[in-house]
Ligand binder design. Structure first.
Ligand SMILES: Cc1ncc(COP(=O)(O)O)c(C=O)c1O
Length: 376
């Protein structure tokens, strides 16, 4: 018997509440159009599949820090794509998909009761889960105003705060923080000795904005002190099934995590390490995938606006953040009758209670079906 189940600290798994609406949508004669979970549906790029297959004969244990080839791929990608300078091996660390890192980072950093972890009021739910798994206190801030010129940080009490999550581009809103806002966030975190961790897993999916990394010298001033960026190949390379992600930044923080994760056996599978090297060396598949999403986004945006929705933010990421100025569950229910499933905004925080999140991770055929149904 477990005397005090850790799971009792966690919120109810929200997706179970969507099941009845999923059943309604699935009953549509032409089948469900599932725009709820943002899971990739397009093929794993051939160049990546080949690299995975070529590394299939991997009988030995992989290392937590990764092969020299993987470390080289990570450091050069961070320099090339994020514009960071002076990235050494000590500034990168592979992780087993970024969700695992988000959920366990506070615990691995030794946070616990009395410590606080802050994240945006509307956010990917795993930031809260990570705080609760560690027994730390979750606190929220408003990403729209927190880094405003006249009020940077005033909303958040730095006492006891150990970890500040940024997420730009944001899930669920698609909001992108400007370079100026990021600079203020970095300055605020450094001033108060708070570790700033920037989840940048949608960085390559900007549509009406060009997202910038906190590791860019114009943001961090050329030093990675006190900052870590989180990157994932799940969305940019259709690799959600591979669990391929990494972090980059402060060598002291990453070194500590490496020591802990070695003891914890948190290593990326060797064939996935090889696949990651191939994926990061190839920009062609990223451009192709972006083009697919851009097309679906344009079609869905017009169709939902035509059906009376107002779309806020959504300048980047894989989602449209939409409202009909009614409770989100009413919108979910109405759309499910048309065979379309979307995620209620409430899943991402109480501030989302009148919004829904529409993922454009569906095939062209399914997107077309949604467009047709919304026009009827
Ligand atoms: C903001 C954000 N961070 C992290 C993740 C986790 O991605 P993965 O575990 O596939 O790397 C997601 C997944 O949707 C996300 O939206």
């Amino acid at each position: 018997m477990v005397s005090s189940p850790v799971s009792s600290r966690l919120p109810v798994f929200p997706w179970d509440r969507l099941e009845p609406y999923k059943a309604t949508a699935a009953a549509h004669p032409d089948g469900i159009v599932d725009l709820s979970v943002g899971t990739p549906v397009d093929p794993v790029p051939a160049v990546v599949q080949r690299a995975l297959a070529a590394a299939a004969d991997s009988p030995g244990y992989p290392t937590v820090w990764g092969t020299p080839a993987l470390r080289e791929a990570l450091t050069s990608w961070v320099e090339r794509r994020l514009g960071a300078r002076g990235v050494a091996e000590e500034n990168v660390l592979p992780v087993v998909g970024s969700k695992e890192l988000v959920a366990w980072l506070p615990t691995q950093l030794g946070l616990g009761p009395g410590d606080k972890v802050a994240y945006p009021r509307l956010a990917y739910p795993t930031y809260e889960v990570g705080a609760r798994l560690a027994g730390a206190e979750p606190v929220v801030y408003d990403a729209e105003t927190f880094f405003a010129a006249d009020a940077a940080g005033t909303e958040l009490d730095p006492s006891g705060l150990k970890l500040l999550w940024l997420n730009s581009p944001s899930n669920p809103t698609g909001q992108v923080l400007s370079a100026e806002q990021l600079r203020r966030a970095v300055a605020w975190a450094r001033e108060h000795g708070v570790l700033l961790v920037s989840d940048e897993c949608y960085l390559e999916l900007g549509w009406e904005a060009d997202p910038v990394s906190v590791l860019h010298p114009e943001i961090c001033g050329g030093s990675f002190e006190g900052i870590v960026a989180v990157h994932s190949l799940s969305k940019r390379s259709n690799l959600a099934g591979y669990r391929a992600a990494f972090i980059a930044g402060d060598a002291g923080v990453l070194g500590e995590l490496l020591r802990i994760r070695k003891h914890g056996g948190m290593m990326v599978a060797a064939p996935v390490q090889a696949a990651t090297v191939a994926a990061l060396a190839d920009d062609t598949h990223v451009a192709e995938q972006r083009a697919r999403y851009a097309h679906r986004r344009t079609a869905l945006r017009a169709a939902f606006e035509g059906a009376g929705f107002r779309i806020e933010h959504s300048e980047a990421s894989l989602y449209l953040w939409a409202t009909r100025d009614e409770p989100c569950w009413d919108t979910v229910a109405e759309l499910s009758k048309r065979g379309i499933l979307v995620a209620p905004g409430e899943f991402y925080g109480a501030a989302g209670e009148r919004f829904v999140r529409i993922a454009f991770t569906a095939t062209d055929e399914r997107v077309q079906a949604a467009v047709q149904r919304l026009s009827e």
